[in-house]
Design a protein around this ligand. Sequence first.
Ligand SMILES: [Zn+2]
Length: 367
Amino acid sequence: MTPVRTTKRNGAAANLSSAHAVPALPPEWRRFVGHWLEDSGSTVKSAARGDWEVELSEVLRRRWRRQRMRLVFDPQRPTLPRGAWFTAPGSGAGRRLLDAATERPEFACRTALAHVPGAPENGFESVCRVRGLTWGPARLGPVHYERRISIHAVVTRWGGLPWQEPWVLLMSAAGAFLEWAPGLDVPDARTRDGLYQISDAPSREQRARWMALARAHLDRLLGEREAEWDRAVSRQRDEELKRLGAFFSSRIEEEEERLRRRTGNGDESDLEQGDATSLKLEWERRAAEVRSRWALRTEIRAWGVAEWSWPVAQLTQELRSGAVHVRIEAPVDVARGKPAPPACPSCGMPAELLVRARRSVGCEHCG
Ligand SMILES: [Zn+2]
């Protein structure tokens, strides 16, 4: 360990506008970096001031042409030990790590353990209210295991202050979207390694298809979030443009006032007219810079793929009101002991409220 000399810091933090506070790094980022490095065969040791000293794996040694490296996570550090990497979300080093992780995603096989009980005793009552009807006893069918795929990605958002978030997406084996959540792992699932009751191994092409499908889901979901980000970012961008505008208009006003005083009758010389013009050009150039600095751009890097064996079962329950008896059926996520909202018997939409409708049952959409 010889970090004696220091170099000027580099990386994203140096590019951040000094007018803004540097945000603290999310702890998940550190966890992800450590997890990925150890998984790739590197050794991670704690060093002074919260840094990490990393002994790189063979593959990473060749890739980055170094034996070991020092990772610095503290965005407030004014200088870096020589050769250290400032490992912030969106920093040069952070992106190098993510690029390596994307090329060789972790591929894991896992089983979600069944929750006990597999469904709540009151069945659909826990997810669907009723009016003028009563639920009969709930009956849970046999548990079987179906294949699901989770894709773990880090999303970097550029525009103003670069920011990074880990996301996990869960889909069916056919590629249908099931859920997504911020974080490094599928939430609320107890797991063990290996695939319970699933023995056929997916082909390389199948895995590539899953990645493509996951990418399409993430693009769509993040597109929706980008609209939210855009609102937040455009406020800050417009404030900056306003400050810039106020500064330059008063400079130009001063210039024109000076000109009036000097020429007396508004008879301007070319040279002095040129001063106001170059101020206007400078204003335009600076405004274009501000706009491009705040321009929104989202990058998605998938670093892990997990195949899951996921317990599911069918839940059946009767809805009763006098002579009306309607059988309701829907799948249950047995890993979480949670039924899906049942489909409305009249319109088929997932229902959170069922009511009596003529001689049948309807929901809040159709009843
Ligand atoms: Zn309905």
